[in-house]
Design a protein around this ligand. Structure first.
Ligand code: GH3
Ligand code: MG
Ligand code: MG
Ligand code: MG
Length: 361
C-alpha cells in the first residue's frame, strides 16, 4: 500500500497481519504498545527491504513500518516523522548509513532514535566507529530474524524505560518546585530564582524589586472556618496574585500565608504600583470559606528594590522589614523599604506621600 502525500519517499505503512512472532522475546508487546511503535527501514535494495519488513511484521513489535529507498530519502523521512527505531543499511548510494546517522545525531531532536545497522561489512573498526557515532547496534547480514528481533526488543525496552525515567524526573521536578496547596512555586525555587535575578541585575545594571506579602489575620480564617477552608483561601489568593502579575514576574509561597514576588526589570515605583494592584485585587475578592457570604481577606506587602552591591538576603530582609512596618501601621497596605522609600521621596520631591495610608480594619 502506498500513501500518496509521501509516495516520493517510498513509504509503505503496514499493520502486522499476523501475530506469529519469532518466539524470542520474554513477552509479546501488548496491542497498545504495538500500535504506537513505528520503525523506519532504510535500504537501497528492494529485496532487502521486503525481507526485513517480513521479519518485522512477524515480530508484532511495530504497528507502523516505514520504508525509505536510500539515505537521503531516509533523512527526509526522519525530518518529517517520529519513529521509534531505524533499521538501516550501511552501504547506499549518495548518503550512506554512517553519514545519515551523523546527520541525524547532529539535529537537536535527533539524538535518541535507536539506529540499527544491518550490514555485510565485517570490519570491526568500522563497526566500532558506528557505535561511537551513536548507533545502537550493528547486525551482520545475512541476519537471523530471531537475533534482529531480540536486539530490537532490548533497545525498545531501554528506550521505553528512559522515557519513563524522563517523565518521572519531570514530575519530581514539578513536585519539588511547586507547592501542593497553592500551585505556587516553592520557597526554594523562588529563592533560587531570586539569586539568579540578583546576579543578572547586578551584571547588566537592570532594576530588580521584590515584594513580600503576608495575609492579614489569617489565623482567624482557620479558627473560624477550619484549616481546609484556610487552604482553599490560600489557593484562591494565589490565583489572584498570579492573575495580577506580569509574565516576567514570579511568585513563590514563602511561608504559611506569605508570598514572595520577584519582579525583574522593575524599579521601586513600578514594584510599589504592582504591589498596590495585588493588594487591591485581594481586597476586592470575596473568598469562599464554605459559608454563604464571601469572606474578605486582606494582605500587607513590603516592597524593596535591589541596591548597589546588595545581597539577596539583605534585599529580602528589607522587604520583610517593610512588611513588618505595614503590619504595624494597621495592615492592608503597601510599604516601601526604608532606604528606597527615602530615594522615592526625594525623586518625587516629597510632593505626595508614596504610600497611601489606609485605615486599619
Ligand atoms: P498577621 O496579620 O499578623 O499576619 O496575622 P496572622 O494571623 O496572619 O499571622 P500569624 O503568623 O499569627 O498566623 C499565620 C497563620 O497562617 C497561622 C496558620 O494558622 C495559618 N497558616 C499557615 N500556613 C497555613 C496553611 O498551609 N494552611 C492553612 N489553612 N493555614 C495556614
Ligand atoms: Mg546497500
Ligand atoms: Mg505570616
Ligand atoms: Mg499573616
Amino acid at each position: 500500500m502506498r500513501l500518496d502525500p509521501l509516495s516520493d519517499l517510498s513509504i509503505q505503512v503496514a499493520l502486522p497481519s499476523s501475530r506469529r512472532g519469532w518466539g524470542v522475546g520474554p513477552k509479546r508487546p501488548d496491542r497498545e504498545e504495538s500500535r504506537l511503535a513505528s520503525v523506519l527501514v532504510i535500504d537501497d535494495s528492494a529485496s532487502a527491504r521486503s525481507e526485513i519488513r517480513a521479519v518485522l511484521e512477524g515480530s508484532c513489535l511495530f504497528g507502523r513500518i516505514l520504508e525509505a529507498v536510500d539515505g537521503l530519502a531516509g533523512l527526509r523521512m526522519l525530518l518529517a516523522e517520529t519513529v521509534d527505531a531505524v533499521v538501516c543499511d550501511l552501504e547506499m548510494p549518495g548518503l550512506d548509513g554512517e553519514k545519515l546517522l551523523r546527520a541525524q545525531r547532529s539535529r537537536p531532536d535527533g539524538q535518541d532514535v535507536p539506529f540499527f545497522f544491518l550490514t555485510a561489512q565485517r570490519d570491526p573498526e568500522r563497526m566500532a566507529r558506528l557505535l561511537r557515532a551513536g548507533a545502537s547496534d550493528t547486525i551482520q547480514k545475512p541476519f537471523h530474524p530471531a537475533e534482529l528481533i531480540a536486539r530490537l526488543e532490548t533497545h525498545l525496552r531501554v528506550r521505553r524505560l528512559q522515557a519513563e525515567l524522563r517523565d518521572k524526573n519531570a514530575m519530581l521536578e514539578r513536585i519539588s518546585t511547586t507547592d501542593a496547596v497553592t500551585g505556587m512555586r516553592t520557597r526554594r525555587y523562588a529563592g533560587e530564582l531570586l539569586s539568579i535575578e540578583v546576579l543578572r541585575a547586578s551584571r547588566y545594571h537592570t532594576p530588580l524589586a521584590v515584594a513580600m506579602c503576608d495575609l492579614d489575620h489569617f489565623k482567624r480564617v482557620n479558627d473560624s472556618f477550619g484549616h481546609p477552608a484556610g487552604d482553599a483561601v490560600l489557593a484562591a489568593v494565589s490565583d489572584v496574585i498570579r492573575r495580577t502579575l506580569r509574565a516576567t514576574d514570579a511568585a513563590g509561597r514563602y511561608g504559611g500565608e506569605e508570598f514572595l514576588l520577584v519582579l525583574p526589570g522593575t524599579n521601586i515605583a513600578g514594584a510599589h504600583a504592582l504591589a498596590e494592584r495585588v493588594r487591591a485585587a485581594i481586597e476586592e475578592t470575596g473568598f469562599d470559606v464554605g459559608v454563604e457570604a464571601p469572606y474578605p481577606v486582606t494582605v500587607s506587602i513590603g516592597v524593596a528594590a535591589l541596591g548597589d552591591g546588595q545581597s539577596v538576603e539583605a534585599l529580602v530582609r528589607a522587604a520583610d522589614e517593610a512588611l513588618y512596618e505595614a503590619k504595624a501601621a494597621g495592615r492592608n497596605r503597601v510599604v516601601v523599604a526604608g532606604d528606597t522609600q527615602r530615594a522615592l521621596d526625594s525623586a518625587v520631591g516629597k510632593t505626595r506621600p508614596a504610600i497611601r495610608a489606609r485605615r486599619p480594619r
